[in-house]
Design a binder for this molecule. Sequence first.
Ligand SMILES: C[S@@+](CC[C@H](N)C(=O)[O-])C[C@H]1O[C@@H](n2cnc3c(N)ncnc32)[C@H](O)[C@@H]1O
Length: 244
Amino acid sequence: MGEPHVSPRSPFSSAELTNEPILASRPAKPGSGRIALPHGRTEDRAHRDGRTVLDRWLDSVVTTPGLTAIRDPDEARRVLLDDAVRGVPLIAKEDGPIVDVGSGGGTPGIPLAASLPSREVTLLEAERRKCDFLERWTTELPNLRVVWGRAEEQPLETYGVAVAKALAHPPTAVEWCLPLVRQGGAVLLWVGASADEEAVATAAAQIAGQVEPAPTGFLVVRKTGPTPPGFPRRVGVARKRPLA
Ligand SMILES: C[S@@+](CC[C@H](N)C(=O)[O-])C[C@H]1O[C@@H](n2cnc3c(N)ncnc32)[C@H](O)[C@@H]1O
């Protein structure tokens, strides 16, 4: 493992790991093939069959076996696309390349890449089959790349922002994500209402991270110093012996 590659799919729906979607991308006009994005921006580069790349990606995620348990197109749009786009204003405030850790079928990374075309977005995914699916979308989104591998085995302090949705129990997700981020950068987690912010703060404090105020449905952890010696821990340890 370790080489960039591509592809995938995603289940999830634990209330702790995900959150209630809210706004975002509806067709600007029915049948217009354009998707309205925050701040009045419009994603309009996809054209095949008159549909945006995000519309086609969404269809593919739902119809490709093994990527998501969601079968209803409206629910897929709400959970996989609209909810991802809610993070755009938070990420736009941060500098540097973005990594989506445990991207699965491509959320939130693919909607973020389409929404922030000047930012490099890396989809990091442990399962090769999912990477093969993800790679298909790099031809249409030039700022998108795919890395097949585990978070614990990646080069440290490479990105400005690490994002994750439904990756793991939040303290474990922070332990995997924070070492990937440069000092001064941030981790942004999509979380459900039951997420334990105190546990995340306790874990973050042990790996040079500090929880910052964030909108409902998100946890933001700022990287305040270098990754301490001993981290990242060996593959499997963060899940087996969480920091909090
Ligand atoms: C539940 S899925 C969520 C996928 C996507 N983010 C979503 O919300 O649909 C979690 C994904 O994280 C990947 N994963 C789990 N642990 C990982 C790790 N340590 N490094 C990279 N990917 C990991 C799994 O292979 C899986 O595809």
